[in-house]
Design a protein around this ligand. Structure first.
Ligand code: ZN
Length: 508
């Protein structure tokens, strides 16, 4: 229940590197079969998704006019049920409701509530087109895109500590409730429901896979795009929301057809209309609907996740933080999942964050500032998972220009990590040329040194970020923080920890 099946997919190590490149860009890779979608970094549990979705549904339904006609709702539930049975992923309590809105759209809340607009049912030509829309929406829930967005936004508020699983004195519930409130609260205005283009592509690809498994066809989604095109020509107001700022259907169709080929399904559209006809008759007897929904839909993708909350006020004076010097002798920490081991000074403490990472720090090295821990002295270690930073945020610079034969997967991951660190700590700037040494010493490693004054603590800090690909193909990241004034004194500790990072089965 706690881990989705997607998280647990075992991939043969040999295939991993090639596969992961495909996952990062979500390009179709004929050598690897159907595309495996990498779970995004998410600080919420699957149970959190369910609770957030339930609360959001209550708020959303205060604003939505629902259609309760049993013919209409029964039809959508039946198709939705068929898809959910083949959805894989977390066991979410999916529900399907019909909104009295003429525009062609749909949306899903985290953890399972799915809403389909009347306009889709009125214009769909067969069961397959309805299934295509629902499969896409179910996929947003399966892939946990809403809470992944919220997780990303949280980094801007809570600093680097969240990467190491540190949640602070407010505790999990209050910290996260605050994040939801900042993203517009529960309900339809949740900024979390505006997805990046990459997330939309993932929902299309995952949706194509669900359709194929459930006895529909990826081509059914393409059929819906044709309907959309036809309706747009007749009445643009019904599709404007769908088409605004969204990947063009042409590009989406191409990717869906690539996925169908990987799934080895022939492009045969579902022609069944026996269930849809009485639904359309029933809807035809109801008064015409307006367009009411405007956000968080199949359609309204934004280029970027919601803007981060305003940064906290500048600390008046640097926070006084005093820690004992790092001990010379080291201990070894092995992560609970066995993913990595790292040495650390014997007088430091391991603060475990479960799936969300590990922080290893001296006593008093991670003071609480405004309810959130700030890592003033310490290291954060975790297995890399996709933060979902758009390509635009991951631009390379001169330090990375000559990566040559090095792993593309590692480069992608490191750029994503760096973008994530900078969204957590926008005050950091890179020490020019600092990337070269990391790569020169170890071709499976990328790194940078950043410096800047943390506005929450007033302390000028130095942050070293490192990503290292271990033998099984996974990428471990390592962040090391100390005040800039003591960076030289901590250099030996940094090097000893960084050099000790090992994957499962490695000796030493
Ligand atoms: Zn979507």
């Amino acid at each position: 229940m706690h881990f989705s099946r997607i998280h647990r997919i075992h991939i043969a190590p040999a295939a991993l590197a090639a596969l992961a490149v495909a996952m990062v860009a979500l390009a179709a890779d004929p050598a690897s079969g159907p595309t495996k979608i990498e779970p995004r970094w998410n600080i919420f549990s699957e149970q959190d998704d369910i609770e957030i979705g339930k609360k959001s549904a209550v708020e959303a339904e205060k604003k939505l006019k629902l259609i309760n006609d049993p013919t209409v709702v029964g039809y959508v539930r039946e198709i939705g049920g068929r898809l959910v049975a083949k959805a894989h992923g977390p066991s979410f309590p999916y529900t399907f409701k019909v909104v009295d809105d003429k525009s062609l759209n749909a949306f899903a809340l985290p953890g399972g509530p799915v809403y389909l607009n009347r306009g889709v049912l009125e214009n769909a030509r067969n069961d397959g087109e309805v299934a295509g829309v629902l499969a896409h929406e179910i996929s947003h829930a399966v892939l946990r895109h809403g809470t992944a967005n919220a997780s990303k936004a949280s980094v801007a508020q809570t600093g680097l500590g969240v990467l190491g699983g540190l949640l602070g004195s407010l505790g999990r519930t209050k910290s996260y409730a605050g994040l939801i409130t900042q993203a517009g609260g529960f309900g339809l205005n949740m900024a979390f429901l505006k997805y990046s283009r990459d997330a939309e592509t993932e929902a299309d690809v995952n949706g194509a896979q669900i359709l194929a498994r459930a006895g529909f066809n990826p081509e059914d989604m393409v059929g819906f795009f044709e309907t959309l095109d036809k309706v747009t020509k007749a009445d643009h107001s019904k599709t404007a929301n769908f088409l605004s700022n969204h990947p063009t259907p042409d590009r989406r169709i191409e990717r869906i057809r690539q996925e169908a080929a990987l799934l080895h399904v022939k492009p045969m559209r579902t022609q069944m209309t026996a269930g849809l006809a009485p639904v359309q008759t029933a809807l035809g007897q109801k008064p015409a609907a307006g367009a009411t929904t405007g956000t968080g839909t199949l359609a309204s993708a934004t280029k970027e996740p919601p803007p981060p909350p305003a940064p906290p006020v500048q600390a008046a004076a640097p926070l006084k933080v005093t820690v004992a010097p790092p001990a010379q002798d080291m201990k070894t920490y092995a992560s609970a999942t066995g993913a990595y081991r790292v040495d650390y000074p014997s007088n430091w403490t391991v603060l475990e964050g479960g799936k969300t990472g590990t922080t290893i720090a001296p006593a008093s090295g991670t003071p609480d500032v405004g309810g959130h821990p700030e890592v003033v002295y310490g290291a954060i270690v975790n297995v890399y998972s996709n933060f979902g930073n758009d390509a635009a945020k991951k631009e390379k610079d001169e330090d990375e220009a000559d990566t040559g034969s090095a792993s593309e997967q590692l480069d992608e991951a490191f750029q994503d990590l760096r973008a994530q660190v900078l969204s957590a700590s926008p005050y950091l700037t890179k020490v020019k040329g600092s990337g070269r040494a990391f790569r020169a010493e170890d071709r499976r490693r990328r790194g940078f040194i950043f410096t800047g004054t943390n506005p929450r603590t007033g302390i000028a800090e130095q942050v070293t970020i490192v990503a290292r690909q271990i033998k099984d193909g996974r990428i471990i990241y390592f962040l090391f923080v100390s005040p800039q004034s003591e960076a030289d004194a901590y250099d030996a500790t940094l090097k000893a920890m960084m050099g000790s990072l090992k994957g499962p089965g490695q000796k030493g």
